[in-house]
Design a protein around this ligand. Structure first.
Ligand SMILES: C[S@@+](CC[C@H](N)C(=O)[O-])C[C@H]1O[C@@H](n2cnc3c(N)ncnc32)[C@H](O)[C@@H]1O
Length: 204
């Protein structure tokens, strides 16, 4: 039995634990729609998935995929940057996933970017229900990947351990291997919608 699985499977395995019928999820990087389709299955007919991408090819490919799978009824597909999530998602969220990098089979020059990725993760944290999670597959072999990885890891260190449980899985014997990052909102100690940084905690 293989214990160490690819990052995209790790993301699905953890998301599955938190998603039940009727749940609300975000796919911050729709791409070819593999994660979007998975989330749509997991939330069931009464659930909802908000899926973001900036490329028409991603949106159209994913739309076809979901249509063929009979899953279009539960998805809101948004052609906009995930940094603008707040403009579209007005309800509390169980799980948000990000698969950072470029569109497989697409233009490798169009990648997720450090500032917008960090902003989007922060927006998702602010939307999470208690025990909800942001799950990230961080593929950093691309041209902007090292900067993005550095920015995401720096951001994670600012989050208060009283409010956020964070783990990062690495593959130390593979060069530029992706990382799997999970950030789970703890059950206690907060009632507002702002993200809880270490600074926030010290000032409260
Ligand atoms: C690694 S791919 C995602 C793969 C996808 N989850 C799947 O299942 O196929 C990354 C995607 O992020 C998209 N992207 C880049 N910048 C973005 C942004 N600011 N907001 C939303 N999506 C973005 C790219 O267009 C690309 O399709």
């Amino acid at each position: 039995m293989e214990l160490v699985r690819p990052v995209c499977e790790m993301v699905h395995r953890e998301a599955e634990k938190l998603l039940c019928p009727g749940a609300v999820a975000i796919d911050g990087t729709m791409g070819n729609g593999e994660d979007t389709a998975f989330l749509c299955e997991a939330v069931g007919t009464n659930g909802k998935v908000y899926a973001f991408d900036v490329q028409d090819d991603a949106i159209e490919g994913t739309r076809r995929r979901l249509k063929n799978a009979g899953l279009l009824d539960r998805v809101v597909m948004i052609k906009d940057g995930h940094q603008n999530i707040r403009a579209y998602v007005k309800e509390a969220v169980d799980v948000a996933v990000f698969n950072l990098g470029y569109l497989p089979g697409g233009d490798h020059a169009i990648t997720t970017l450090a500032p917008t990725t960090v902003q989007a993760i922060g927006e998702c944290l602010a939307l999470l229900k208690e025990e909800g999670a942001v799950l990230i597959g961080l593929y950093w072999g691309h041209q902007n990947g090292a900067e993005e990885k550095k920015a995401v890891e720096a951001f994670l260190t600012t989050l208060s351990p009283a409010h956020w449980a964070i783990a990062e899985t690495r593959f130390p014997n593979r060069e530029k291997a992706p990382l799997f990052i999970e950030i789970q909102k703890k059950r206690y100690g907060h009632g507002n919608k702002s993200i809880q940084t270490k600074d926030d905690s010290e000032n409260n």
